[in-house]
Design a protein around this ligand. Structure first.
Ligand code: SAJ
Length: 445
């Protein structure tokens, strides 16, 4: 089939990089977003998100006139849906004693509906948003049938998950293997033909529901493995072991590769996607459910660690009052992981709220989004502002610039005597030599 024009619905971390990459390969791309600010920003050659190499790719796409953004869909040969699938904020599912989160499919529903008036015979429609099993064959196909056309007969319909890692999107989009699940074999072939325009990795064709499961399995596998790393950190803490050393030694085994513990699991993928399986079949997913519980509870473990560190320093404990009361804490990093500006579902956020709940005063510093506005969180105006009056410096994200901090320089800028490293970024000895007491997550005394 001809791919003269592609309409991509959703101009976030996946839709926009995909749009400019197709444009770079000579296809006319209309990027659609319901947010007029995003559309205007992009048409002016500016970006609303931070992703390496994306600014250059956008200006190239605009200059070649192969890309433009709009709030309205138009007729095209191909429609790609790349909108978010978060979970519902005010509703949960219950099965026995399991309380689980529910997928909010509103954006996928509206994006699919926006295509209906423009859908023509011979078009190709691809869903990229991470979705519960059978979304393509049920939700999406049913909506598109309102056009009077039938999926797999009159138009091609596929599910093709994005699997790119934020921070490396422009590269992984091209290099990663891509799974294309069609509602028919012909649909999968049409999808494979489209992505072969730029994908250098292997392109594998399968059916739509398998492709949906593949995506959810990848992120669930990672979540479960991070949960076990977090439990190992708790055990090491209890038994006076350094979990980071133990993990590196266990990982020498040829069939063992343990992930890293940390303050919790954030982002819009790994902390969300496993719930789609739990919602789809709670009776079959106790392990997935409990892994989510472990990772979601990790911020509490961080707070306990901070309390222990402060108690050890305090001469007299203040009775019933939390040791955190009136303590000043500098929280370094609000992003959900290193070297990105994405704050969604960040465990740092939860840690800070828990600390404040017990009476601490927290000033947060996020170099990738210094003017972030998050409910109930006080942002420092600079690194110095965050640390100068602090009693404790809490490292929550392994941003390169934090890992590279010179402890002697930090000592000159703060009155804090304790640092707490939740991500194994700092060499304890160097910080001790600069006069700090060093506490590390997953390292017992
Ligand atoms: N994390 C740990 N320990 C680890 C690894 C990660 O605590 O050993 C934490 C991170 O700090 C972060 C969270 O987990 O808070 C998720 O980070 P991540 O780097 O594991 O993954 P994401 O969410 O940025 O991207 C994932 C990737 N999926 C897999 O690696 C299986 C990516 O390939 C997907 O495209 C992306 O989800 C997505 O969009 O679904």
């Amino acid at each position: 089939m001809n791919f003269n024009k592609i309409c991509i619905i959703g101009l976030g971390y996946i839709g926009l990089p995909t749009a400019v990459t197709f444009a770079k390969h000579g296809i006319n791309v209309l990027g659609v977003d319901i947010n007029p600010n995003i559309v205007n920003t992009l048409n002016a050659g500016k970006l609303h998100i931070h992703e390496p190499n994306l600014p250059e790719a956008l200006s190239e796409a605009l200059q070649s006139e192969k890309f433009r953004a709009s709030t309205q869909a138009e007729e095209a040969d191909v429609f790609i849906i790349a909108v978010p699938t978060p979970f519902k904020q005010n509703e949960i599912g219950i099965y026995n004693d399991m309380k689980y989160k529910l997928a909010d499919m509103q954006a996928v529903t509206s994006a699919t509906e926006s295509i209906v008036p423009f859908l023509r015979k011979g078009n190709l429609v691809i869903l990229e948003s991470t979705s519960p099993p059978q979304t393509t064959v049920k939700l999406v196909a049913d909506i598109l049938h309102k056009s009077g056309l039938t999926a797999g007969e009159d138009f091609y319909l596929c599910y093709s998950p994005e699997r790119v890692l934020p921070g490396q999107i422009m590269k992984e989009l091209v290099d990663n293997a891509r799974v294309i699940g069609g509602v028919t074999k012909e649909s999968a072939q049409a999808g494979a033909d489209l992505y072969s325009v730029f994908v250098k990795g292997q392109i594998i064709q399968t059916d739509a529901t398998t492709a949906e499961m593949v995506k959810l399995m990848e992120n669930t596998y990672r979540d479960v493995n991070i949960a076990i790393a977090n439990e190992f950190a708790r055990l090491a803490d209890k038994f006076g072991v350094d979990v980071w050393e133990a993990i590196s030694l266990a990982s020498l085994h040829p069939r063992v590769k343990i992930l890293s513990p940390g303050p919790g699991v954030g982002g819009h993928c790994i902390s969300v996607d496993p719930w789609f399986f739990v919602e789809a079949a709670p009776e079959l997913t106790p392990l997935i459910y409990h892994s989510r519980q472990v990772n979601d509870a990790q911020p509490n473990f961080v707070v306990e660690k901070i309390k222990q560190a402060l108690s050890a320093q305090a001469a007299v404990l203040g009775g019933e009052e939390s040791i955190l009361k009136n303590k000043k804490i500098a929280a370094l990093g609000l992003a959900y992981k290193p070297d990105v500006d994405d704050l969604r579902e960040s465990p740092a956020n939860e840690v800070i709220h828990l600390l404040q709940h017990e009476g601490a005063t927290v000033l947060a510093w996020e170099p990738f989004k210094p003017d972030a506005k998050l409910e109930g969180i006080n942002m420092a105006s600079s690194f110095d502002d965050a640390v100068q009056d602090a009693d404790l410096i809490l490292l929550l994200v392994k941003h390169t610039e934090f890992a590279k901090l010179n402890p002697k320089e930090v000592a000159k800028r703060t009155k804090a005597k304790i640092v707490l490293d939740t991500v194994n970024a700092w060499k304890a000895e160097e910080w001790q030599n600069a006069g700090f007491e060093v506490v590390r997550l997953g390292v017992g005394k």
